[in-house]
Write a protein that binds this ligand. Structure first.
Ligand code: ADP
Length: 211
């Protein structure tokens, strides 16, 4: 079974494209929601996070205090690296267990969706990576429509923390263009067919992929 990553800058449409694959029957692992779930529910990870960041990590009712953790970790690179060191291996193990179930069920491939896929070196364990691309101005407009609580400055700050889009395209095996220049569905159908055939390198030269 092939392990295929799917990434893209915030607002690129990565989740929408992953949902199109899911509609074709492809199992999709959403790393970002799964990481949040594990931080809230995995007993061993809860223990490690409490030891690392203090009892305030979970409130009196035992719920993860995201605001506290964000305050502690996102303002301090050392603490952020520490948080990642605890969370990433747990998500990696969870993904591996999930993927082996999918392999046992006879799936030809699965998608691992992650916003910071290259940044977190997740691509190293994967057979191929799909980057979903749209220009920055379009991405910002989409996010402002999707997340009314975010300001343009918030979105720009998030974009600044993500790997440059051109670099994401350069490192990708395949690119899905979600900038209204091409329809998404035919790109996904062609990619799905290529991956089911084994993701042959020749497929990269299809019109919709990077040149
Ligand atoms: P990401 O997961 O990359 O942050 P999403 O998949 O959530 O992005 O897409 C961002 C927003 O843009 C969503 O509200 C989505 O519905 C919208 N969107 C995505 N692709 C398109 C498109 N081709 N045309 C219009 N809106 C789109």
């Amino acid at each position: 079974m092939l392990l295929i990553g799917i990434t893209g800058g915030i607002g690129s449409g990565k989740s929408v494209v992953a949902r199109v694959f899911a509609a074709l029957g492809v199992p999709v692992y959403d790393s970002d929601s799964r990481a949040k779930w594990l931080m809230a529910h995995d007993p061993a990870l809860r223990e490690q996070l409490t030891a690392a960041f203090g009892l305030a990590t979970y409130d009196a009712a035992g719920q993860l205090d995201r605001a506290y953790l964000a305050r502690v970790a996102f303002n301090n690179p050392t603490q952020l690296a520490w948080l990642n060191e605890l969370v990433h291996p747990r998500v990696g193990a969870d993904f591996a267990a999930w993927a082996s179930q999918q392999a046992a069920a006879g799936q030809p491939y699965v998608l691992k969706e992650a916003a910071l896929l290259f940044e977190a070196n997740i691509d190293r364990g994967l057979d191929a990576v799909i980057t979903v691309w749209a220009p920055a101005a379009m991405r910002q407009a989409r996010v402002l429509r999707r997340d009314p609580q975010r300001s343009a400055a918030d979105v720009q700050a998030i974009m600044a923390r993500q790997l440059d889009d051109d670099e994401k395209v350069r490192r990708a095996t395949y690119v899905v263009y979600n900038d209204d220049s091409q329809l998404v569905l035919p790109q996904v159908l062609a990619l799905d067919a290529a991956i089911r055939r084994g993701g042959e390198v020749a497929e990269k030269s299809l019109d919709f992929t990077k040149t």
